[in-house]
Design a protein around this ligand. Structure first.
Ligand code: FAD
Length: 293
């Protein structure tokens, strides 16, 4: 099912992101979570990709199992840095044969070498080059990453939105945001997007926090601001896993409430391969209606 068309025609959406697990136990846990979220009928589910081709096979494997075992509409992420045009075309041909209709087209980052430094860039592309390649293959609905706070390498927000527009103009049907916790940053991004003529659906990514310490590190790495007010909600004493999950769910519900009040209708949840927090948020917020009928 073509995600771009679904978003436009339905005007609302619920979707989930998973990542390829490292081992057999991780895969068992992932598919338990997948099966337990199936009843929510998401518009699509996405599966992340290791940049530079590292876990390409793992992404393909998870997507293949999703197609075989579930009713989900899958969207593999695909990064282009350090991959040749021929390799990328081969992956797209394979996805076409598998019946995949959607791709999230990304540049990615160079993988880390054994010395802890980024490996040399062998194939320098931007996401817009991959969008052009996927569009030329025909038959895929194309998503791209968008950054409410700007991408870490971009010198300023004005340039960031113009580069974003460039990749959309190459044929992207929809954008998926980087996670964010301060909705005002997202509203300001939408203002900039409108100003430069971006009018494709923008899907907002929500990250339920389960471990605030780890989330602070993760946010630093991907350039997302975790407001002090969010961190303070977890207090300064060690919490049980259940209490931490409860606070993370409360925070996400507050964020979603405000987004809904401001007219947002496309919600993408980072599951971290678990169903508990996401299922609780959807139940509390009565978001089942955002999924497919
Ligand atoms: P681009 O859009 O190409 O942007 C990269 C940088 O180049 C930006 O700073 C941009 O401003 C700049 N730029 C763009 N065009 C130009 C130009 N013409 N001249 C100069 N500068 C330019 N990573 C993974 O490895 N695997 C994943 O599965 C994955 N999934 C993601 C999903 C989402 C929703 C998001 C938001 C990010 C994801 N990422 C993933 C991370 C992403 O790969 C990195 O953030 C990466 O650094 C940028 O990718 P991009 O597609 O946004 O690149």
């Amino acid at each position: 099912m073509n995600i771009g068309e679904l978003l436009t025609s339905r005007g609302k959406s619920l979707s989930f992101e998973f990542f390829p697990p490292k081992d057999d136990l991780g895969e068992i846990n992932l598919f338990q979570a997948i099966h337990s979220l199936e009843a929510l009928n998401p518009t699509f589910v996405s599966v992340t990709y290791g940049a530079g081709g590292g876990t390409a096979k793992n992404t393909r494997h998870v997507v293949e199992r999703i197609i075989e075992e579930t009713s989900f509409n899958p969207m593999p992420h695909l990064t282009c840095i350090n991959q040749s045009k021929e390799e990328l075309e081969g992956i797209l041909e394979d996805y076409k044969k598998m019946g995949i209709d959607n791709v999230l087209a990304l540049r990615g980052d160079p993988p880390m070498g054994k010395d802890g430094k980024p490996m040399p860039v062998t194939h320098k592309y931007y996401a817009k080059d991959l969008v052009r390649l996927v569009a030329a293959e025909k038959g895929f609905s194309i998503g791209v990453a968008v950054y409410p706070e700007g991408h870490g390498e971009t010198p300023d927000l004005e340039r960031d939105i113009l580069y974003t527009k460039e990749k959309i103009d190459q044929g992207a049907d929809f954008g998926v945001t980087q996670m964010f916790f301060d909705n005002n940053l997202f509203y300001a991004f939408m203002e900039r997007a409108r100003r430069v003529g971006i009018n494709i659906p923008i899907v907002t990514a929500i990250m339920p926090i389960t471990d605030v310490g780890r989330m602070q590190t993760f946010c630093q790495r991907c350039g997302a601001t975790l407001p002090k007010s969010c961190v303070e909600r977890f207090g300064d004493k060690p919490l049980s896993k259940e209490d931490a999950v409860k606070i993370g769910v409360e925070l996400a519900c507050e964020q979603v409430t405000d987004l809904m009040k401001n007219g947002v209708k496309y919600f993408h949840f980072y599951t971290l391969n678990k169903d508990e927090s996401v299922a609780a948020i959807i139940k509390n917020m009565r978001m089942e209606k955002y999924g497919l009928d």
